[in-house]
Design a protein around this ligand. Sequence first.
Ligand code: PLP
Length: 492
Amino acid sequence: MTNKNQALIFEMSKEGRIGHSLPVLDVEEIPLEEMLSGEFVREEPAELPQVSELQLVRHYTALSRRNHGVDTGFYPLGSCTMKYNPKINEDVARYPGFAHLHPYQPEAQIQGALEMMYELQYSLEAITGMDQVTLQPAAGAHGEWTGLMLIRAYHEANGDTQRTKVIVPDSAHGTNPSSAVVAGFEAVTVRSNEEGLVDLDHLRELAGDDTAALMLTNPNTLGLFERQIVEMASIIHEAGGKLYYDGANSNAILGITRPGDMGFDVVHLNLHKTFTTPHGGGGPGSGPVGVKQDLVPYLPAPIVMKEGDSYRFSYDFPDTIGRVKPYYGNFGINVRAYTYIRTMGPEGLRQVSRQAVLNANYMLRKLQPHFDTPYEQHCKHEFVLSGKRQKKLGVRTLDMAKRLLDFGYHPPTIYFPLNVEECLMIEPTETESKETLDEFCDAMIQIAKEAEENPEIVQEAPHTTVVGRMDETTAARKPVLRYTPEEYASVK
Ligand SMILES: *Cc1c(COP(=O)(O)O)cnc(C)c1O
């Protein structure tokens, strides 16, 4: 690691070197202590790196080029839909009429923004089959929590305080049981059967007058459609519970089927997954929640309503659970999703889902001879493979994921869902060309071959990246999140 570009910016620092130049001060200088009250002024100056502008630009540009992003390469991360983010979304989000608004401007001045929000709510209602959508939640997990709080408020209003349990399948995304617990429920696991679908007999056993809700992803996180959803809905509804739909990744169903029609009462969507707005690095995101009529009174206010030709915020939600976010949601993210929905149109969105499902099935069948496939049926927008066969040869799924880096790919999701041994979960998305899918499959097939003929090359991967195999245990147990020379030396 002697390459200059790889030094930390702190190590490049030279006393007195600066990256900016300001005009000479031609007014009286006011000491900092006079402007800020004393407690906010540091005793010692902050230890900031002292570098030139060019050093700074080169340093961060070099770092950015080491990163893998969806703009640089294929990113088949199952269950987290990392698809192409059309650049027109970015242009529209930067329109001054959107970007320069203040959330407290009077409604009369922001009719265009309100119209956008109204139309986005309306589009998401149409797409999910729900009666009312709120744009407030800032992420998928936040939407889950909001939806469960609505269900809780509903049961409490009916005097059903004994409904303390939320049923979650063993294949569910980890946020589902977590959100249930954060919303004050107990999460109860329902088993999957050998087809990878919810075991209906077990569901019948669990459903009762302590059931608050069933949380379900459909297609589930194995990429399989729960065919018995109508029967599942009636089991839960007859027990007095509600159905919650995790729509984080809805790109298998757009314009084809709707959670509202399957019997769900509450839905959240991840606009930062299904509706192309960028994600990663911790946000911002957007996780709107849609509900059926009987849950509308509990929604967080305000929600945009239309009156004649004008738009206004309505606070008329008598039993609201309260705000879940300041202002009106992550507005800029909502503009991006709105732009996407309008540029695609209804037929375009349907085509998205057809293509996503076709791409996933194409890859599944191409890879099937080379890996174990725990489920035989056609998949929806994603599928799982098992690395059991390779494990017998001493090559683990983690090794294969690292080896994919040498081919220039972001690895698929691994070891999730938990109910598949040595799981690899692959989602091509609808935006990739057949050539890309073929090249990725060729790399996977080559890795399967290497596992048989030359396992070390896989076990020791990656070979071509800037850093090799990380010590992930130490990184997780002893994270160094702030630079000091001592802490840095201790891990270097
Ligand atoms: C990503 C995801 C979530 C959580 O969404 P966040 O925005 O990361 O909070 C929930 N469920 C499923 C199925 C997901 O893929």
